[in-house]
Design a protein around this ligand. Structure first.
Ligand SMILES: NC(=O)c1ccc[n+]([C@@H]2O[C@H](COP(=O)([O-])OP(=O)(O)OC[C@H]3O[C@@H](n4cnc5c(N)ncnc54)[C@H](OP(=O)(O)O)[C@@H]3O)[C@@H](O)[C@H]2O)c1
Length: 343
């Protein structure tokens, strides 16, 4: 077999602009490996790119998505440390491997072709090997973008400490990954959602406190009540402009707000963040998806604690299934991660 089915997107057509193409299966170069992709995990980023609301550069006709887990089929002659049959995941961008964040030019699924394809050739030096354990390909694909982002938030600057209280906004991929990792790290968690049903599920994953942000639009007051007025040590800020004011209200003095998402930005203007942050000496830290090194640290942590990322639903590798998967995430029906499984 020399060809594969690849999906590309015509951005002006939104999610319906995802179309199948028949393209050659590439060959691995001397320092590269050929990977059979076994699962692709979706992120809100993929929806934002498809809907042209993503704040960073994109390329028309790009192969969407960044997060995959796969199996090595072929190893270039100068590759060390990888063998045929190894399970691997890549970071979100090929040129952010370690150290402080720097903008990459190679982010998969936005400017560089991503992972909605059956086979991909990648440079061996960017890959993270993952153990063949009870964690399946869907769960490994699910740790790439959201997992490295959460790891960066918790350990990229001021490390999370056991006993810290973390506020997680919503029950999407970032939040649920943040919940699973925070629990294993010994932190207390408060999670919000628009749905009581989703909050019940979050409790089953170990959430210590839950708040429905629809029935409690002043959720920051609830957070302060739960923490006896002290506030939380760390906020995983997924909402953006629509939530950050309340985050500043309920973070403790010298606490951290990790600025990760922009889910509630539409139609909102910038609130006054300067004086509340200054008065409470709060750290507002912009977070981008973690480096290869941070992904490796997370994979070790997952192995040590035998964690797996909750996958809400898995879709098939056909155009109509893929479009349905993107629309499912766009509608916010999911809890945690949504994957596309390839045989
Ligand atoms: N900076 C980075 O490098 C980076 C990396 C990863 C993700 N992100 C960003 O982080 C955000 C979350 O990503 P994701 O992949 O986890 O998204 P997701 O899985 O699509 O999460 C969507 C969920 O967020 C919750 N939500 C929506 N609006 C909310 C609001 N106003 N307040 C609280 N929760 C709200 C909803 O949960 P309920 O249904 O429970 O209400 C919704 O189902 C996105 O903006 C994404 O682009 C950024």
């Amino acid at each position: 077999m020399s060809t594969q089915t690849v999906f590309r997107i015509t951005l002006k057509d939104g999610i319906d602009g995802i179309q199948a193409f028949n393209e050659p299966i590439p060959k691995a170069g001397q320092y590269e490996v050929l990977i059979k992709i076994r699962s692709v995990a979706l992120n809100y980023r993929d929806i934002a790119i498809a809907n042209s609301t993503y704040p960073l550069p994109t390329k028309d006709q790009v192969i969407p998505t960044s997060d995959m887990a796969g199996e090595i089929l072929e190893v270039g002659e100068h590759v060390d440390g990888f063998s045929v049959g190894d399970w691997v995941i890549p970071p979100v961008t090929a040129d952010y491997l370690y150290g402080p964040f720097k903008e990459g030019v190679d982010a998969y699924g936005s400017v560089a072709d991503g992972m909605l394809r059956e086979y991909v050739v990648l440079p061996a030096h960017i890959l993270v090997k993952v153990p063949k354990s009870n964690i399946n390909f869907n769960q490994w694909a699910s740790v790439v973008g959201t997992g490295s982002t959460i790891w960066n938030a918790y350990y990229g600057n001021t490390p999370l400490k056991p006993g810290d209280t973390i506020l997680l906004q919503g029950t999407g991929g970032v939040s649920i990954t943040g919940l699973v990792v925070a629990k294993a790290a010994g932190a207390k968690t408060i999670i919000t959602s628009s749905s009581d049903e989703k909050l019940e599920y979050a409790k089953s994953l170990g959430a210590d406190y839950t708040i429905n942000y629809k029935t409690h639009p002043d959720w920051a007051a609830e957070v302060l009540r739960i923490t006896d007025g002290r506030g939380v040590d760390h906020v995983i800020e997924n909402g953006g402009l629509g939530t950050v004011e309340q985050s500043l209200e309920c973070v403790k003095e010298s606490g951290i707000i990790s600025l990760i998402g922009f889910l509630s930005n539409e139609g909102k203007s910038q609130p006054d963040m300067l004086m509340p942050a200054l008065i409470k000496a709060v750290m507002l830290r912009g977070i981008r998806a973690g480096s290869k090194q941070q992904l490796e640290e997370l994979v070790r942590f997952i192995g040590k604690h035998n964690l797996s990322m909750p996958v809400d639903k898995t879709f098939g590798y056909h155009r109509e299934d893929i479009v349905a998967a993107f629309k499912y995430v766009a509608a916010g029906k999911h809890i945690g991660k949504v994957c596309i499984s390839l045989n």
